[in-house]
Design a protein around this ligand. Structure first.
Ligand SMILES: [Fe+2]
Ligand SMILES: [Fe+2]
Length: 474
């Protein structure tokens, strides 16, 4: 199961045993490298970064650290070890052996799931492309680059599936993944949140906390797939995804710590005075949180969706922790509560559980995301302020599904257009907020130094001290 790095494309899928596939991927590789050069982290050609690279897909093998030149990073294809005699766990094919090849009748739906997941990976690299130029420390810069190379590898993971199992149209989709561009008016990325800019580090940490967590829940659902290569690929991706969410969780905890320290030192929670101290006031952090939470809510798709029902009942995409759920794994006749707008109010109604699978996954996500917010509030509580950070209502600021038809405030009340216009400035980052946060962003690259608006982390990477040279500029 160890990974051969002497090959052009490191892999644990015996690529050398399938010459046609190997050639096809070696043909795509230079296109990928060109895309990385054009759209990957800016100004990193000669930069050595202390990165984690997978050397095997076994539990201990994927955390090997060393300096790597960003441009020479070896993106590989790694599947989690096969489970012998794995059976499909849900839907019409429940109890049948998992598929090693794509069933003809599910081909286009499976391809669509893989392409939609695959498209998010290069999108986030594009969104984060310029952040290295304003890093708050070498430690953070290294973490950004770690996320970037792994998102690049996640693209490889999806492209491998397209090349290995979908023939010519798979190869065309793999090319299109390098052609779409985050935020491009003519050829945007597929999902909304992946076309939003990530202009500053507060946005980056919010993105890795909330939007990478959407990735976690999508990957968990795909890891249940009856199509075994997809299940094995996504299971391995989850090991990397956990680190991305850690970066978001800890990054935000450090920003909040720094702000709270300033609140105590200055004896105030007045945003203007705290801004004058060069830290980010909690109401601004809350507005960023509201924004990233709500755009991530939309990533789960429509509340009631016949596609979600089809993906589940045909065994392509399961639920989060499917095997741990105690029911028939078919969902025939079962219901699940969803929100609807009736007579100007939000009401909960029962929908067929099969059609409400997006909503169920969204609820699973919310439980997970709220846990971290509770941890941040422990930092806030210690200052004695009554302020708390809070997840907005899941219907707030939606762009997708029936809830997008109304203006809904962070508490879940429907408000009219005038009220929305007037109060949006309290709920979402204003141009002034964004300009203030942008004004704090400066490049800190002296080992052991941290920007004023963020506290140092409690410990370094791979047991190294905080003043370790995590990134070397040549
Ligand atoms: Fe990813
Ligand atoms: Fe990620």
């Amino acid at each position: 199961m160890s990974i051969d790095y002497n090959q052009k494309i490191p892999n644990n899928v015996d690529l050398a045993g399938d010459r046609a596939l190997q050639r096809a991927l070696e043909h795509w590789q230079p296109e990928f490298v060109k895309w990385w050069g054009d759209m990957g982290p800016a100004g990193t050609r000669d930069t050595d970064v202390y990165l984690r690279t997978a050397v095997s897909a076994e539990p201990k093998g994927w955390a090997h650290y060393d300096y790597v030149k960003m441009h020479d990073y070896r993106w590989g294809i790694f599947l989690a070890p096969a489970e012998t005699d794995r059976l499909i766990g849900f839907g019409a094919h429940k109890g049948e052996p998992a598929w090693q090849e794509v069933p003809g009748e599910y081909r286009s739906n499976l391809r669509r799931l893989i392409v939609t997941q695959g498209d998010t990976e290069p999108a986030s690299v594009e969104q984060q492309r310029h952040l290295g130029l304003t890093c708050p420390s070498l430690y953070d810069l290294r973490n950004l680059f770690q996320v970037n190379v792994e998102e690049g590898r996640h693209l490889w993971a999806m492209v491998y599936l397209l090349h290995a199992h979908f023939g010519r149209d798979g190869r065309e989709e793999a090319e299109a993944l390098l052609e779409r561009r985050s935020g491009d008016a003519d050829n945007p990325r597929i999902l909304g949140a992946f076309n939003e800019p990530t202009p500053d580090w507060l946005s980056f940490f919010m993105f890795t906390y909330f939007t990478d967590r959407d990735g976690k829940f999508q990957l968990y659902s795909l890891a249940e797939s009856g199509f075994d290569p997809l299940a094995r690929t996504t299971r391995f991706m989850l090991t990397e995804e956990a680190h991305h969410m850690f970066i978001g969780q800890s990054g935000l905890a450090r920003i909040i710590t720094r702000t709270c320290d300033a609140m105590v030192a200055c004896g105030t929670d007045d945003p203007a005075r705290l801004r004058a101290e060069g830290v980010i006031d909690l109401p601004t952090i809350q507005r960023y949180l509201n924004f990233h939470f709500s755009v991530t809510m939309d990533l789960f798709g429509a509340d009631v969706s016949s596609n979600a029902a089809t993906f589940y009942s045909t065994g392509l995409k399961g639920r989060f922790n499917e095997a741990r759920i105690e029911d028939d794994h078919l969902l025939n006749g079962a219901t699940y509560p969803v929100l609807e707008i009736r007579d100007g109010r939000l009401v909960t109604v029962d929908a067929p559980a099969l059609n409400a699978l997006n909503e169920r996954l969204r609820d699973d996500f919310i439980k997970d995301a709220v846990a971290g917010i509770t941890r941040w509030n422990r930092i806030v509580e210690k200052t004695g302020t009554s302020m708390r950070l809070k997840a907005p209502h899941k219907a707030f600021n939606r762009r997708i599904g029936p809830l997008a038809a109304a203006h809904i405030d962070p508490e879940g009340n429907i408000v009219d257009a005038t009220q929305w216009q007037r109060q949006a400035i309290d709920w979402l980052p204003s141009p002034g907020d964004r300009a203030f946060v942008a004004s704090l962003m400066g490049r800190v690259v002296e080992p052991g130094r941290f920007a004023n608006w963020i506290a140092p982390p409690p410990r370094g990477i791979d047991n190294h001290p905080l003043d370790f040279t995590y990134v070397r500029f040549n």
